[in-house]
Structure formats: structure tokens, C-alpha cells
Design a protein around this ligand. Structure first.
Ligand SMILES: [Zn+2]
Length: 375
């Protein structure tokens, strides 16, 4: 980290020595103007992400729970894994991955796993945000823990205003996991209106709709509404660091509705596309913003237990991590790569902001190897 930082500085100095006299408009863009958007999709398996629709699950209605599997097949079944995943998540595979990197395809030799032993949501989000498994986190209860998160650290280190760090999500657990301090920065719970001082008429309408659109589980609000609130917040307040937490993938899987899960992943892919296009059309974000997309846990690997996760359900430890941004090399889908863990996401995120992960948490996992390219 220090070495990268130093060599980057030397590189910028060398480039400046060559160009500054000729091109006085050269601004030497660096971490000081970087933004981070972290998106989490709850409980999305590597099987769907890397190979699309699963033939074994789809083989029987009892396993898939699908209403009309023929309709689902028409939408998402293709002969090859590459075609299937592109049919399911076209933006992710055709635009994001070629310009960035995705880790976790074990068939190619890239393994990404959680280090916590719980294999469900709160322990996963806690590991993502604190850089290590937190032994105290043993349930999804809505409890705030004392561990500093990367959001806390980025706010403190970069002296960001409370509006410049934001957590917006469809489950109140995200609000708890986001920070060791309630109200340290903008946090938005599942059904919580955006406070009047920060809101817009659009955010008010979306917030009201959250209370009217029913979800599979009563504790979660609708991801499309959460997504739109996040987009509106982004445009209005231009946060430097935003965590968008989406949750319905987990709900449809628990409900054993494979058809709805695949439809949801397709919708989520559209949200990622719109988010990325929004970032590219705003000069505060264009060319300065890293998007990190990951999941809190995997799920069972078999046609029977794909609906579940938790300790003991093999496959629940398998995750994936995707990154795209100005400081990330375009490695695409990596294979034969060093193993990485969920604990490495925090340091990876901080490096793009020019912050030293060891000062955040000496016990945090290291940045993902090769995830930072020299500027
Ligand atoms: Zn779950």
C-alpha cells in the first residue's frame, strides 16, 4: 500500500515534469477526488452469477418452485454458461466485467469466500465493512456493534460531511452494520423517510411508496424503490462514499421461487447499468468513481438446499467480488488467481480513496492482489 502510494506519487511527479509545462490544465487526478459506490446483492450464489440458470434446480418444479418453468427457460436458458449468464445479467457480463474485474469463479481457479463461520447476512456485512469476522455478530438482530467500519473510517480520515457518506438499503440491518455510531452520516432504514432537510419531492414519493409496496418479507422494503432513492440522493448530495444494500435476491431464494429469483437478478442487472450510466453522466463521478459489487454470503449448492444458507450448508461460504473504476485494471473474469476473502473488501475499498487500510484496522484483510493499477 505504502509502496504503491509512493510509486504513484513518483509516477505523477515524473509525468508532471514531462507535461506540466506543456499542458497546464493537467490536474494530476489522485485519491483526493475519488468516490466509492459499494453495492451488495444479498445471498447471490456464484452458480447463477458465473453460469446463469441452473439446469439441475430447474429440472423439477418441486426443487425450483417455479410457476411456469417453460417461461423461465425461454428467458434465461441457453446452451453455454457464457450465453446463460449474459442472458441473465447482460450489463454485468458485457460491460462491467470486460472493463473491470470479477473474482470468485472457482471453476477457473479464482476463489472468494467468507471468513466468518456464520454464513448469513449480518456477519457477512460486518466482515465486508470491518475487514474481519466479528465474533460478537451471531444473529441478524438489529443491533449496532462497536466496531469501526470503512464508512466510519473514510468519513473521519477524509473529514467528510455527514451527507457525503451514505448508507441506503432495503433492510434495517444495513443501517446497523454501516457504523459504530448511530447518525454518524446519512443512514436510511428500510421504511424510513429521508429527513425533510435532505429530501426532494421525488425522494418523498419513493419513501411513501416503500410503505405501500408489499414484499415477500415484512422486514424489507422494495429494492427498486431503495435503488431510486439512492439515485436521487446521489444526484442531490453527491456522496463520496455510498453503500447501496439490496436484499430481494435472498427473499426469493428463501421462498423457493427460482423463476422470481432469476427475474430479480435480471432487474438488479438493469439497476447496476442505470447506476453506472448515472455515474458516467455526472462530472462529480465521471472517471473518479469505483463501483464494488459483492454479496454477503452464498447458498446451498444442491437442488434441495439452494434456498438456504448458514453454517453447515456447503456453498454458503462462496462469494464473488466485482470491481470497475478508473484505478482498477481491466482483468475481466480472473482465473488462476490468489484466493481472496470477504475480509479483503474493506482494504480494497480504502486503497481507492488513498487511505491506508492498516491504519483503519491492522487485522483487516489485505487489498485484493492486483486490484489497484498505477495511475
Ligand atoms: Zn437469507
Amino acid at each position: 500500500m505504502q509502496r504503491n502510494h509512493a510509486s504513484r506519487k513518483r509516477f505523477v511527479a515524473a509525468v508532471c515534469a514531462l507535461l506540466c509545462g506543456l499542458a497546464p490544465q493537467y490536474s494530476g487526478a489522485g485519491p483526493a477526488d475519488r468516490n466509492i459506490v459499494l453495492v451488495t446483492l444479498d445471498g447471490v450464489r456464484i452458480q447463477e452469477l458465473f453460469t446463469g440458470m441452473d439446469a439441475q434446480i430447474a429440472a423439477t418444479d418441486a426443487d425450483s418452485g417455479a410457476e411456469d418453468i417453460a417461461v423461465t427457460r425461454k428467458r434465461y436458458w441457453r446452451d453455454s454458461a457464457q450465453e446463460r449468464r449474459e442472458a441473465l445479467m447482460p450489463f454485468f457480463w458485457k460491460t462491467l466485467v470486460p472493463a473491470g474485474m470479477v473474482l470468485g469463479n472457482q471453476a477457473l481457479g479464482s476463489k472468494a469466500t467468507v471468513r466468518n463461520t456464520q454464513w448469513f447476512s449480518y456477519p457477512g456485512y460486518s466482515e465486508i465493512l470491518t475487514g474481519e469476522p466479528q465474533a460478537e455478530v451471531q444473529s441478524n438482530d438489529l443491533v449496532r456493534y462497536p466496531h469501526a467500519t470503512v464508512l466510519d473510517y473514510a468519513q473521519r480520515s477524509l473529514a467528510l460531511k455527514a451527507t457525503e457518506v451514505a448508507q441506503i438499503g432495503s433492510w434495517d440491518g444495513f443501517k446497523m452494520a454501516a457504523s459504530q455510531h448511530d447518525g454518524a452520516f446519512f443512514m436510511n432504514g428500510a421504511f424510513e423517510p429521508v429527513p425533510a432537510a435532505l429530501s426532494t419531492p421525488e425522494m418523498d414519493t419513493l419513501g411513501a411508496l416503500r410503505g405501500q409496496v408489499m414484499e415477500v418479507w415484512e422486514e424489507s422494503s422494495n429494492d427498486a424503490l431503495t435503488f431510486r432513492i439512492a439515485l436521487a440522493y446521489l444526484k442531490r448530495h453527491q456522496p463520496r462514499v455510498l453503500w447501496l444494500g439490496l436484499g430481494q435476491s435472498d427473499d426469493w431464494a428463501h421462498a423457493r421461487r427460482y423463476d422470481r429469483l432469476l427475474d430479480y437478478l435480471h432487474l438488479a442487472d438493469g439497476m447496476l447499468a442505470e447506476l453506472w450510466q448515472t455515474l458516467q453522466s455526472d462530472e462529480h463521478y465521471l472517471g473518479r468513481t469505483t463501483l464494488i459489487i459483492t454479496t454477503d454470503h452464498g447458498r446451498g449448492r444442491t437442488p434441495k438446499d439452494w434456498v438456504d444458507h448458514d453454517a453447515g450448508i456447503e456453498g454458503s461460504q462462496d462469494i464473488w467480488i466485482a470491481i470497475i473504476g478508473p484505478d482498477t485494471p481491466a482483468l475481466g473474469e480472473v482465473g488462476e488467481y490468489p484466493d481472496v476473502t470477504q475480509s479483503d473488501i474493506a482494504a480494497t475499498l480504502l486503497q481507492y480513496l488513498g487511505l491506508d487500510p492498516r491504519k483503519f484496522n491492522p487485522d483487516a484483510g489485505p487489498p485484493i492482489p492486483g486490484s489497484l493499477q498505477a495511475r
